[in-house]
Design a protein around this ligand. Structure first.
Ligand code: CMC
Length: 426
């Protein structure tokens, strides 16, 4: 084999002339070898553009070709044929469940949806009446750790399972509770006769009817949206989960931190921002001026662009496909036409083309959520429910890998050593 064909990279420190040849394995090189050759010289990579923080077997994302697979299964097949709870099992365990495993898992999730009454009466009711449900959710997930102090025992796999189960079961309950309390409506208790997505819709919308009967098209659409959000490898919130988990914090505290990371408009908060943007644009006629303002750097086209995808986000394609089915039931979202036109113009525009900016998952989800009558401040909450199994799978994987505490280096560019100056001399 010629030198050029070797799957290695050679690093030479020109100060000393020393070299090290490092194998390229699974598309990565082991940074330890760099460290051995040049201790004290750090890779400067703000935002982790070229840094792989871990090996992982959970989600395979090929951003150049627009491919997303959970444990090897294409997202398109899972969205078409699976359910959210089955996908949770797959992400957490690596394999699709057989019938018995599926029955046990669904039973365990269904029977752990209730929340301690103190959470509702004393905790949730303490928020200001117009509190954002994401702020409430972040706090409520963190507060769960105080109800389950045994969660600290992260080394015991059975105990881990119990906490994972609780977090997946209870997040929709907390989410619906946050919404109901924000509009002054009484809390709706979980209904064990309903599926995961149906139960969430029931807790959101039930009024006085004995049993809430969700429209099957809408509960299926919600289930698909949850599947599409279930994992996305080392994104900002999942990285947060792994980083906080690496200090061996309990899973509720780690998941609360991940939820907080998701809240931001550059991440899970983008779906809410897309609707604000479409409303501000208001009509077809205003689209060219809006595009010009984005190109002039006056704002971003929300729901476009992605750190990893340099092609059409496969999730956005699936969401777009489901939008029509939802709109048949709910009536068309009037903002859809503006979104479609915006996409059409942006995809033809050199600014967006040259930067590989395509619609991401958030571009169309907000339109569906809005048509389903979710208020805008619940959009990111829905994302959190979907992403919970992804966060937990990564948390568990990191523990099983025996990962070290996350502690990056920095390149210090501040002042050199100097003497303290007394106040009177400043
Ligand atoms: N509109 C206009 N220009 C953009 C956009 C956008 N949405 N996104 C990136 N760019 C430009 C950016 O100005 C830069 O141009 P230049 O090279 O001339 O300075 C170039 O594209 C590269 O952008 P970047 O900020 O270096 O890219 P990034 O990988 O750091 O950021 C992103 C990724 C998702 C934060 C960004 O694309 C963005 O802010 N998008 C809008 C918010 C959004 O939709 N977020 C949801 C992401 S998908 C759901 C999720 O995973 O949370």
């Amino acid at each position: 084999m010629s030198d050029t064909a070797r799957e290695t990279v050679t690093i030479t420190d020109n100060r000393t002339g020393k070299s090290v040849e490092v194998p390229i394995k699974d598309g990565g090189v082991d940074a330890k070898e760099w460290g051995k050759l040049m201790p004290g010289v750090w890779f400067l990579d703000p935002g982790f553009s070229v840094t792989a923080s871990t090996e992982s077997t959970i989600t395979d994302l090929d951003g150049l070709n627009g491919i997303l697979r959970y444990r090897g299964y294409p997202i398109e097949q899972l969205a078409e044929s699976s359910t959210f709870l089955e996908v949770c099992y797959l992400l957490l365990n690596g394999e699709l469940p057989n019938q018995k495993q599926s029955d046990d898992w669904v039973h365990d999730v269904t029977y752990h949806t209730f929340i301690h009454e103190n959470m509702r009466k004393r905790f949730m009711e303490g928020f200001h009446h117009d509190a954002h449900p994401m702020g409430m959710l972040v706090s409520a997930i963190a507060a769960l750790s105080t109800f389950y102090p045994e969660a600290k025992d992260i080394d015991d796999p059975d105990n881990r399972y119990k906490q994972i189960n609780r977090l997946i079961s209870k997040t929709p309950t907390l989410a619906a509770m946050a919404y109901r309390s924000s509009i002054g409506m009484p809390f709706v208790y979980p209904d064990n006769e309903l599926s995961y997505s149906e139960n969430f819709l029931s807790m959101m919308w039930k009024v006085a009817e004995p049993t809430y009967e969700p429209d099957p098209v809408l509960s299926k659409a919600l289930d698909v949206l949850l599947i599409l959000h279930a994992d996305h490898e080392q994104n900002c919130s999942t990285t947060t989960m792994r980083v906080v988990g690496s200090s061996h914090a309990d899973p509720y505290s780690s998941a609360a931190a991940a939820t907080a990371a998701l809240y931001g408009p550059r991440h899970g908060g983008a779906n809410e921002q897309v609707i604000h943007m479409l409303r501000d644009i208001g009509s077809y006629d205003n689209i060219p001026a809006f595009i010009d303002s984005v190109k002039a750097g006056e704002g971003r086209l929300m729901g476009f662009g992605h750190r990893v995808y340099k092609a059409y986000d496969p999730r956005a394609r699936i969401v777009k496909g489901h939008a029509d089915k939802v709109f048949e039931v709910t009536g068309k979202n009037p903002l859809l036409d503006i979104a479609l036109k915006l996409e059409e113009i942006a995809l033809e525009d050199e600014y967006f083309k040259s930067r590989n900016l395509y619609p991401n998952v958030d571009f169309y989800t907000g339109l569906i959520y809005q048509a389903m009558e979710f208020p805008m401040n619940m959009f990111t909450v829905l994302f959190s429910i979907g992403r919970m199994p992804g966060w937990l799978s990564h948390w568990q994987e990191a523990l099983e890998q025996g990962s070290r505490i996350s502690r990056p280096r920095q390149v210090y560019t501040g002042e050199g050593a100097r003497d303290y100056v007394p106040m009177s001399e400043r």
